[in-house]
Design a protein around this ligand. Structure first.
Ligand code: NAP
Ligand code: ZN
Length: 364
């Protein structure tokens, strides 16, 4: 078969300890006033917020702070940020996937004053003022993807709002993760791994996205012992941050697949963190995948012999997030998942409602 694909990665990636301050000149091209978007507290504790402010001060760039982004940000939060961000030329998202995604949504509303958060999901492709991303978790890869996911209480689910906002610059400094609690470390690392796997077992996987997938999974495998022990060196943190960025570069080309669609329900209805919510389905998902050669490629890169052993590792790392759900709930989640045709189209094999229900039943 003749290959046909587009590989797009427009984000400038800057890596290293202190990289924001050292490369602050890169910010001067983006404008004279920045909006900094963070979660409620971690950015101030881990040094990332200070580093961003010092870099802006060094370049004489004014800033406003919005520090109210909750986990899985809602459209209401974006609206609140927009109302106080007037006059900002660009947005800097500092934190995990939640503040980075929120930064993308706010950046669209700053460019299009007529747009309010409720009509961000409008089916049209909108552009945005520049976004800079400073990840402080190693999981979502949002610093190099065009996606942003929001909680939409009217729709009763989490939605990918459909615009394509790649950050202009991603500053990767693993020192912000040194004191990250082990639970967050584990579920965010597994989120990155799930991006790599769902990118590979995907209709849109291609020879270039697969380079990042293989390297990312091999790098992840070198961190398994540390994740199990719960003791991560700065070297492990750096590796996991790269795993997450490789994974973001891969899903920017392919998107994710069935486990992410299932996971949105666990996050929305059962309050399970995003990273944990996806991989809880992996035993059933990988067992249901018919092309075992492809699944075994992944196990080979991980250095794990079987799907069962891999699923046992996930169970060990995420023991506290295992839940049971009633039959009614499983039916409801199956219906929501099965209606997400766009996401299911990424699965390269036939998808039936029965298959989705079985993945839920076997997992919860
Ligand atoms: P998160 O929701 O951004 O943050 C989770 C928790 O970690 C928060 O309590 C946060 O505290 C804390 N935290 C962040 N950095 C920390 C650090 N360095 N040390 C200690 N605590 C820290 O988690 P996430 O898993 O990174 O992001 C999940 C979101 O990203 C979901 O909404 C998901 O849908 C989305 N996502 C987006 C993409 C994409 O491509 N755009 C891909 C996957 C997932 P604070 O709240 O105080 O900051
Ligand atoms: Zn994810």
């Amino acid at each position: 078969m003749i290959m046909e694909f587009i590989f797009q990665m427009p984000t400038k990636i800057v890596v290293g300890e202190g990289c924001i301050y050292k490369n602050s000149n890169l910010l001067t091209r983006l404008g004279k006033k920045a909006l900094i978007v963070t979660g409620k507290s971690s950015a101030k504790k881990n040094g990332s917020y200070n580093d961003v402010v010092n870099a802006l001060n060094k370049e004489g760039i004014e800033h406003i702070l919005f520090d109210e982004v909750e986990e899985n940000p809602s459209l209401e939060t974006l609206e609140k940020a927009k109302n106080m961000a007037f006059g900002a030329d660009f947005v800097i998202g500092v934190g995990g996937g939640s503040p980075m995604d929120a930064a993308k949504g706010i950046a669209i509303m700053l460019k299009h004053a007529e747009i309010c958060a409720n009509n961000l999901i409008c089916g049209k492709q909108l552009d945005a003022v520049p976004v800079v991303a400073v990840p402080t978790t190693a999981g979502t890869g949002s610093e190099v993807t065009q996606y942003a996911i929001f909680t939409d209480y009217n729709a009763g689910t989490k939605v990918n709002y459909g615009h394509k906002i790649f950050p202009h610059i991603a500053f990767l400094d693993a020192t912000y993760m040194i004191n990250m609690p082990i639970d967050i470390t584990r579920y965010t690392a597994l989120d990155a791994l799930s991006h790599l796997i769902e990118s590979y077992l995907n209709t849109k996987s291609n020879i270039m996205s697969e380079i990042y997938v293989q390297k990312g999974i091999e790098l992840f495998s070198t961190c398994i012992e540390a994740l199990l022990k719960g003791e991560l060196s700065i070297n492990d943190r750096q590796k996991l941050l790269l795993v997450s960025t490789y994974a973001g570069m891969a899903i920017a080309q392919t998107g994710t697949s069935i486990p992410h669609t299932c996971g949105y329900n666990l996050t929305y209805y059962e309050n399970i963190p995003h990273g944990a919510a996806n991989v809880l389905f992996y035993r059933a998902y990988l067992n249901s995948f018919k092309n075992k050669e492809r699944a075994f490629d992944i196990l080979g890169w991980l250095g794990i012999e079987s799907i069962d052993k891999f699923a046992n590792l996930i169970d060990t790392l995420l023991a506290k997030y295992k839940i049971k759900c009633s039959t009614e709930k499983l039916q409801k989640y199956t219906d929501i998942t099965f209606s997400n045709k766009l996401k299911l189209a990424n699965h390269p094999e036939e998808v039936t409602r029965e298959m989705i229900l079985k993945i839920y039943q076997d997992s919860l």
